[in-house]
Design a protein around this ligand. Sequence first.
Ligand SMILES: [Zn+2]
Ligand SMILES: [Zn+2]
Length: 262
Amino acid sequence: MLTLTTLASGSSGNCTLVSDGTTHILIDAGISARRITTALKGLGIPPQDLAGVLVTHEHTDHISGLATLTRQLDFPLYASGGTAVAMGRKVPVAPERMHTFRPGECFTVGGLEVETFPTPHDAAESTGYAISAHGRKAAVVTDLGYVTHAVERGIQGAHLLLAEANYEPEWLQSGPYPYFLKARIQGERGHLSNRAGAELACLGAEAGAATVVLAHLSKENNTPQRAYDTVRSALERQGAVIGRDVCLEVAPRDCTGTTYTV
Ligand SMILES: [Zn+2]
Ligand SMILES: [Zn+2]
């Protein structure tokens, strides 16, 4: 069994629980430690049973709860070398707790196999993850400017894909963000638009994903409905029947989402 549950997803905080029922890991800890431990307890997982936290990159919306969490609980951290250095000052941990890797490498955490792949993002060395157990696989792909071949390879064989759909281009353009921020978000090291997220979702569905969960939506430049509609249309153009061939959902921003059995 493999399950995935988002505890928060969006530009204001990201945290995803992946579990095989015995080994429980978090991908990112971008909400408060209190919210994380409360959410874990709500899911029946004692926080001290956490087997590790995998960090995608050092942006605040992915690590804001990590410093407190590492003080409260004794779990190992996993991050690319670049991410580890970049978050070093904000998340001071003993070197023996920090396990670094180069994106592209694989390792195991308890019963979970972890594949890593580089993502193009304006961070030191951002990483996407694909987690497998018992022949089931979930891929977590957010915070990227575009879908690279490495990302495409990373999602191959994933039964569940957590895919970024960050912004609606017209809304971003006409919105209040300053020019440099708009350029950053839309750039090759920014975020995926709904249309780009739809392409990622289609690639995932082609590669075998039966569940696509849209994630990391912008609060200002997107809505769950808009993201859903854009991705749904793209999947339907590809011939998929939503609900039969692919389950399509949007991860909630500020609360624990559905627990998906992968
Ligand atoms: Zn982010
Ligand atoms: Zn980021």
